[in-house]
Design a protein around this ligand. Structure first.
Ligand SMILES: NC(=O)c1ccc[n+]([C@@H]2O[C@H](COP(=O)([O-])OP(=O)(O)OC[C@H]3O[C@@H](n4cnc5c(N)ncnc54)[C@H](O)[C@@H]3O)[C@@H](O)[C@H]2O)c1
Length: 354
C-alpha cells in the first residue's frame, strides 16, 4: 500500500509537532503545508522530507490533487472556518482540540461529520500519553475495583506566546477551561466510563498576563481553577489547575481511586504507582518511552500514539478513537465549568445540552 499523504493546515507549534511525529511513522508522508505566516511555513517545510506543496491558502489543499488526509492545527477560533470548507472535501480529518470554541459550532461539525459519513478524529491526545495509557488500562482492567474518585492536578507554566497572540483572549480560545482543560474533561469521561451530570467550579485570572497589552487590550484568560464534576454512575472527578506553578515536581498528577485500590500517574516523569487498600502496599513503575518519541514534541509521547491511531483508522484497522461527539462533549464540559465559576452556582449538564 502506498503512503498516506498528509496536509497540515496551521504549521505553528502543534502543526510542527504533527510533522515530527508523522516523520516517525511508517506509511505516512507529509506532502502539503498551509499557513498564512511565512516564517512558520518555512520553518515547518524544513522538517518535511522532500518538497511539500506550500500555500498561504488552506483551500488549495482540499482538492483531489491535494493530500489524502488533513490535519487542522490553526488557532481554536479558526477551526470552524477551515472545517466549513474541509468537511465538504470528503477527506479524513484530524482536528486539533478544542473542536471549536462554541457549542453551536461543535454541534454543526458533529452533524456534518455524521451526514457526510466522514472519518473524523479530534486531537484529544492526552489519552495517548504512554504512562497515562498504562494507568487507564489498570482502571479499565479492574485493578482498583469500581472507580469512585478521579483527581487531575495540572500545575505548570503560563500560556506560551503564540502567532499573533491569539491565545491571550477568551474570544479566540473559548476560555481556559475549554482551551486546555477540554483534555482533562475528555479524560474524566474516558477514564470513568460515564457521562457528567453537573459541575461546581471556581476560577479566574489572578496572576498571569495582567501587565500585557495587545492593541490596547489586557488579556482576559484565566490562570487557575478548581472544578468538580458529578458523573451518572456515582463517581466524581476534580480538576486542580494552576498556571503560575513553574516550581512543581510533577506538572500533572492523576489519581484514580476505586473500592479496592488507588492508582496514580505522575508526569512528565512517566511514573505509575498503585496502592492496595487491603495490604497498604504501594508499587511503583516507570513507563519507558523511547527518546525519539519523547523528543518529537512536548506531550510525553502522546502525539506519536495519537497519530498512529489515526493512521490505523484510515487504513480500516481500528475505529476512530476520539470522535466529533467526544470533542463536542469535552467542549460542553468546559463551557459548563466556566458558567459555574462565573455565575457562582452548580450547573446541570442539561443546561449545555448533555
Ligand atoms: N493537542 C495538544 O496538546 C495541543 C497543544 C498545543 C496546541 N494545540 C492546539 O493546536 C492548535 C494550534 O495551536 P499552536 O499552539 O500550534 O498555535 P500557533 O500559534 O503556534 O500556530 C497556529 C498556526 O496557525 C496559523 N494560521 C492562522 N490562521 C491561519 C489560516 N487562515 N490559514 C492557515 N494557517 C493559519 C498561524 O499562522 C500559526 O502558524 C490550537 O487549536 C491549539 O489549541 C493542541
Amino acid at each position: 500500500m502506498s503512503d498516506v499523504t498528509i496536509g497540515i493546515i496551521g504549521t505553528g507549534m502543534m502543526g510542527q509537532e504533527h510533522i515530527q511525529n508523522f516523520n516517525l511513522l511508517d506509511g505516512a508522508q507529509v506532502t502539503a503545508l498551509a499557513d498564512t505566516d511565512a516564517a512558520m511555513l518555512s520553518k515547518a517545510a524544513e522538517m518535511v522530507d522532500g518538497s511539500p506543496i506550500l500555500s498561504d491558502d488552506f483551500e488549495t489543499l482540499l482538492g483531489d490533487d491535494g493530500p489524502d488526509v488533513l490535519v487542522i492545527a490553526t488557532p481554536n477560533f479558526h477551526h470552524i472556518g477551515v472545517l466549513d470548507s474541509a468537511l465538504d472535501a470528503g477527506k479524513p480529518i484530524l482536528c486539533e482540540k478544542p473542536l471549536c470554541t462554541t457549542l453551536e459550532d461543535t454541534q454543526k461539525v458533529m452533524q456534518r461529520v455524521g451526514h457526510n459519513e466522514l472519518l473524523f478524529q479530534v486531537g484529544m491526545e492526552y489519552r495517548f500519553k504512554p504512562a497515562l495509557d498504562n494507568m487507564i488500562a489498570r482502571v479499565h482492567g479492574g485493578d482498583i475495583g469500581q472507580i469512585q474518585m478521579l483527581s487531575i492536578r495540572e500545575h505548570r507554566f503560563p500560556f506560551l506566546p503564540k502567532v499573533a497572540d491569539w491565545n491571550r483572549f477568551n474570544r479566540n480560545t473559548g476560555g481556559t477551561l475549554v482551551e486546555k482543560c477540554c483534555h482533562f474533561f475528555d479524560l474524566m469521561r474516558f477514564i470513568i466510563g460515564s457521562e457528567p451530570t453537573g459541575v461546581i467550579a471556581s476560577g479566574g485570572q489572578n496572576v498571569n498576563h495582567l501587565e500585557e497589552k495587545y492593541h490596547g487590550q489586557t488579556p482576559d484568560i484565566w490562570d487557575n481553577a478548581y472544578v468538580v464534576f458529578d458523573f451518572a454512575n456515582g463517581a466524581r472527578a476534580m480538576l486542580d489547575l494552576c498556571m503560575f506553578a513553574e516550581g512543581s515536581r510533577h506538572s500533572e498528577e492523576l489519581t484514580a481511586i476505586g473500592d479496592k485500590a488507588k492508582v496514580e500517574c505522575l508526569l512528565p516523569q512517566n511514573i505509575v504507582t498503585q496502592g492496595n487498600r487491603e495490604t497498604w502496599e504501594v508499587t511503583q513503575d516507570e513507563i519507558h518511552v523511547p527518546e525519539e518519541i519523547l523528543n518529537a514534541g512536548y506531550h510525553s509521547g502522546a502525539t506519536y500514539h495519537q497519530n498512529l491511531a489515526f493512521l490505523s483508522a484510515i487504513k480500516g484497522e481500528a475505529e476512530v478513537p476520539v470522535t466529533a461527539l467526544d470533542g463536542h462533549r469535552a467542549v460542553a464540559m468546559g463551557v459548563a465549568a466556566q458558567m459555574a465559576a462565573a455565575e457562582k452556582r452548580r450547573v446541570d449538564m442539561m443546561e449545555v445540552g448533555l
